[in-house]
Design a protein. Structure first.
Length: 218
């Protein structure tokens, strides 16, 4: 299946580099380019790509507002934000806006292709090590901690699983921690997706954080 991608970045050189990279991938094609968030929203509505590679800092409508507009529309398009993780203060806001994950701009181009495929397939994007860094970043923010979120309908076992997801564990690691099979761990995670209305594993991490199940390390 061909993965259709929209590039949204205000830097023409970045878009050009991604376009050249994707041209060599037989299963991914660029269906449009946007230099602003507003243009990204419009082109997404017209082209209905599978994935939008979204820069966060763009003139006018920024990537966060554009991400919220795209995901709120309820279409099949998933947003993968492009950012510099160490100094970008908007990663959490982008994920809350509905983004399915993020890429660091200085990562290898081959890894970007892999991430696009992962997001297009609806699978988890953020690796355990990066997830832990993301949670640690939440803890360093000067804003007050979010109010604990209730988890109606979530069982005690599912809370345990959600806690481990929030700590960045994979399904296999969760199974080992709880002494259950990997298939059972996967089933618990799938039920959490449904009960919490989470698009993917990234948003389960956010739910665990907001429910107070994960205490970020300094």
């Amino acid at each position: 299946m061909m993965v259709r991608v929209l590039l949204a970045d205000d830097q023409p050189l970045v878009r050009a580099g991604l376009r050249v990279l994707i041209a060599d991938a037989p299963d991914i094609e660029v269906v449009g380019e946007a230099g602003t968030g507003a243009e990204a929203v419009r082109l997404t509505r017209e082209a209905v790509p599978d994935v939008v590679l979204m820069d966060l800092r763009m003139p006018g409508t920024d990537g966060i507002v554009a991400t919220r507009a795209i995901t709120a529309a309820g279409g099949p398009t998933r947003v993968l934000v492009l950012t510099t993780f160490d100094d970008d203060e908007h990663v959490h806001a982008a994920l809350r806006a509905g983004a399915s994950g993020f890429l660091v701009k200085d990562m290898a181009l081959e890894e970007i292709l892999g991430a696009v495929r992962v997001v297009a397939a609806g699978d988890a994007l953020i690796a355990p090590g990066v997830t832990r860094r993301l949670i640690a970043e939440f803890a360093r923010r000067p804003a007050p901690a979010p109010r604990a979120r209730a988890l109606p309908g979530v069982t005690d076992r599912e809370r345990e699983v959600l806690t481990l997801v929030g700590r960045g564990l994979s399904n296999a690691e969760i199974a080992a921690e709880l002494v259950i099979s990997t298939a059972t761990a996967k089933a618990h995670v799938a039920r959490l997706f449904t009960k919490l209305g989470a698009r993917d594993r990234v948003h389960l991490v956010i739910a665990a954080y907001e429910a107070g199940l994960v205490i970020p390390s300094e």
